[in-house]
Design a protein around this ligand. Structure first.
Ligand code: SF4
Length: 262
């Protein structure tokens, strides 16, 4: 696996806690035949992926044109691999890399405002060794936490299509198989929420039993996994006050309380 922090790595208030689905049986796991056998293999496969021409073109164009503030930097421009502690009990599922964040730095939630929110909260509650994330060589290490996303390429307007999400889902499915200690999932935004439910097999539940997305919602699934939801810390949410620091911190404070001390 790409080591954490390596430069060579290709990164409200809780308002409702639903009681959870009433079904007794966990959904059948998808076949793992032919799937990558390590997180490092998944990460390599992600970086080499070119399955979504629209997204690949967009990421390459952004990496070529750049933002004025970063014009002296070499953008990553490739699909962005997941990042974190392979023994994690907590999984954070975001939407996709940002055009000038992950697509620039090559690590999930790194080099943009969403990453600043995420890693500050992870550090505050003992899930990371530092409160910021500027680049792959910044020394950031996650503890008991793994960060991934529904799509691994930055999409135009932050909107991957359903087909693109479906093409990217096998990477998340593979990560779930390779992260056996995960027992708490924090889904950031509706797309991350749905992506995890689909990848974990819970989307097949009858719609009325499926966990709904709402900021602060918490569901204990029949296999014991706890699914927590939060608004995504995008600028669109944080600049408008839809998500404020207190609401955001409450999510990770609750996650820490559920998991116990680091
Ligand atoms: S979004 Fe996922 S499936 Fe599509 S090109 Fe990127 S890594 Fe591949």
């Amino acid at each position: 696996m790409y080591p954490q922090g390596s430069q060579s790595q290709p990164k409200g208030v809780i308002i409702a806690r639903s009681p959870g689905p009433t079904v007794a049986a966990a959904p059948a796991a998808r076949s793992a035949r032919g799937a990558p056998r390590s997180l490092a293999a998944v990460q390599r496969a992600v970086v080499a992926c070119a399955a979504c021409p629209r997204l690949r073109r967009h990421c390459e164009r952004i990496a070529h044109e750049k933002k004025r503030a970063f014009r002296d930097q070499v953008y990553w421009g490739l699909p962005v691999p997941s990042f974190g502690d392979p023994r994690a009990r907590m999984l954070v599922v975001g939407l996709a890399p940002a055009a000038h964040g992950g697509n620039r730095t090559g690590r999930m939630f790194t080099g943009d405002s969403s990453g600043s929110w995420l890693y500050e909260a992870l550090h505050r509650f003992g899930f990371s060794n530092q409160p910021d994330s500027t680049g792959r060589g910044d020394g950031l290490r996650l503890n008991d936490c793994y960060v991934t996303a529904a799509a691994r390429c930055a999409p135009p307007a932050n909107r991957p299509t359903p087909a693109e999400l479906e093409r990217c889902r096998p990477f998340l499915e593979a990560e779930l198989r390779l992260l056996p200690r995960v027992r708490l999932v924090v889904a950031l935004g509706r797309i991350g929420h749905e992506a995890w439910l689909r990848a974990a097999g819970w989307w097949s539940l009858p719609a009325r039993q499926r966990p709904r997305f709402a900021h602060g919602a918490e569901t204990r699934l029949p296999d014991g996994t706890i699914l927590m939801c939060s608004y995504h810390p995008s600028r669109q949410n944080t600049n408008t006050g839809r998500l404020d620091r207190a609401m955001w911190h409450d999510v990770f404070r609750r996650a820490r309380a559920l998991l116990g001390p680091p």
